[in-house]
Design a protein. Structure first.
Length: 110
């Protein structure tokens, strides 16, 4: 059985909730992002057809170079969403909702 041309195989629609999860996961893996407890990045997806706009809310590790870190997050998220879905990411708006310091180690010195 031949796979045929893509047009002959049928249609494919990827639910926005799947795109949202992909964007959140990619953002959580980006260097410099931080989780507040169990809460990682959250995303909202809009758009139509094969084009999407993303809005991310996330925390960054403190101290972070905010602009540079956010630029890297945008690049990673848009690249990963495009690679996995084939959708064109038109925009990635980012809200930095927290700067989270690494926990301080309380080792006792004797």
């Amino acid at each position: 059985m031949s796979a045929g041309d893509p047009e002959e195989r049928g249609s494919l629609r990827i639910d926005p909730s799947v795109v949202r999860k992909l964007a959140e996961h990619a953002a959580d893996l980006a260097p410099g992002t931080a989780r507040a407890g169990r809460r990682g990045a959250s995303a909202k997806v809009s758009g139509s057809g094969n084009e999407v706009d993303l809005r991310l809310e996330l925390g960054l590790s403190y101290p972070a170079q905010v602009r540079e870190t956010v630029a890297a997050v945008r690049e990673q998220v848009s690249g990963e969403v495009q690679r996995l879905t084939g959708y064109r990411v038109r925009s990635v708006d980012v809200v930095v909702s927290a700067l989270l310091a690494a926990p301080i180690s309380r080792n006792r010195v004797e």
